[in-house]
Ligand binder design. Structure first.
Ligand code: GRG
Length: 255
């Protein structure tokens, strides 16, 4: 479990801590929520890497959990990380109703109406008769990666019983920009390595933002979404500068 949680950009934890800071939430429960979302994220990566899913050998530059140990260990590590996330939230030093709201929101965002649904749609797309449309890809990604971004950015407002709408709008735009940037990075990384565009077997024939929009239009769309994300932060004034920088980072990152 420790191995699976090592490394990574900690982007989701950062969103939790910044959202909490904007709402004057004490550091202790904010750190519990930040750790919880990274545990859920790590579980999703361990399971996504399994042979029955994306079958990846490397994650964060190191052997994936099922390669380093075995497949059963990968399944169990993911299961245990998920339980650990909810245990962290259940133990957070918060008023009972706020703690329950955080837990219920995370169950919704991570589960069968959120990230797991997105993953299911993604797997179904591999055997679909036709590639997905742009709207279908947007829906898939809003669930697969966007839902956890949404929980992360709004957790601070939930912990403070404040209006979460601006941070929710920020997270929606940020999540989509992140996924478009991820598709662009995939193409650019492959091109840098091989000099031409290649796709791994599990991606073959799968529609992405780049395959549907083209590289330049995808870049422009990601840039627009970052501006939209920054605009959503207007109610917080200069206090939200770190979140604005995070949005710009999401489309300028190299990994
Ligand atoms: C197995 C239920 C289940 C869900 C898996 C999120 C997900 C669903 C799979 C991840 C597959 C993937 C690599 C998608 C691309 C976008 C993404 C989530 C990248 C990883 O997130 P980063 O870049 O990772 O924030 P780090 O390593 O920095 O934490």
């Amino acid at each position: 479990m420790r191995y699976a949680c090592s490394g990574g950009k900690r982007l989701r934890a950062f969103l939790v801590l910044e959202g909490a800071r904007l709402h004057d939430v004490p550091l202790d429960p904010a750190l519990d929520a930040a750790a919880a979302i990274e545990a859920i994220h790590a579980y999703s990566l361990v399971h996504d890497d399994l042979p029955s899913m994306d079958d990846d050998d490397l994650r964060r530059g190191l052997p994936t959990v099922h390669v380093k140990w075995n497949e059963a260990t990968g399944i169990l590590v993911g299961d245990a990380l998920q339980s650990h996330a909810f245990a962290l939230l259940a133990g957070a030093n918060l008023d009972g109703s706020r703690r329950l709201a955080l837990i219920a929101d995370l169950a919704r965002c991570a589960g069968g109406q959120g990230m797991v649904l997105g993953q299911a749609l993604d797997i179904a797309a591999e055997t679909a008769d036709a590639p997905l449309s742009l709207d279908q890809i947007k829906r898939l990604q809003a669930h697969k990666t966007g839902a956890l971004f949404g929980w992360s950015a709004t957790a601070g407002a939930v912990m403070a019983d404040a209006d979460a709408a601006p941070l929710s709008a920020y997270a929606n735009a940020l999540g989509l920009a992140f996924q478009i940037a991820d598709d662009i990075l995939d193409v650019e990384g492959d091109e840098a390595q091989t000099g031409k565009r290649v796709q791994k077997d599990s991606q073959a024939g799968k529609a992405t933002f780049v395959s549907l929009m083209g590289l330049e239009a995808a870049r422009t769309a990601a840039q627009r979404l970052v501006e939209e994300a920054c605009d959503a932060l207007r109610p917080y004034g200069t206090g939200a500068e770190n979140l604005r920088q995070a949005a710009r980072f999401v489309i300028s990152r190299q990994g």
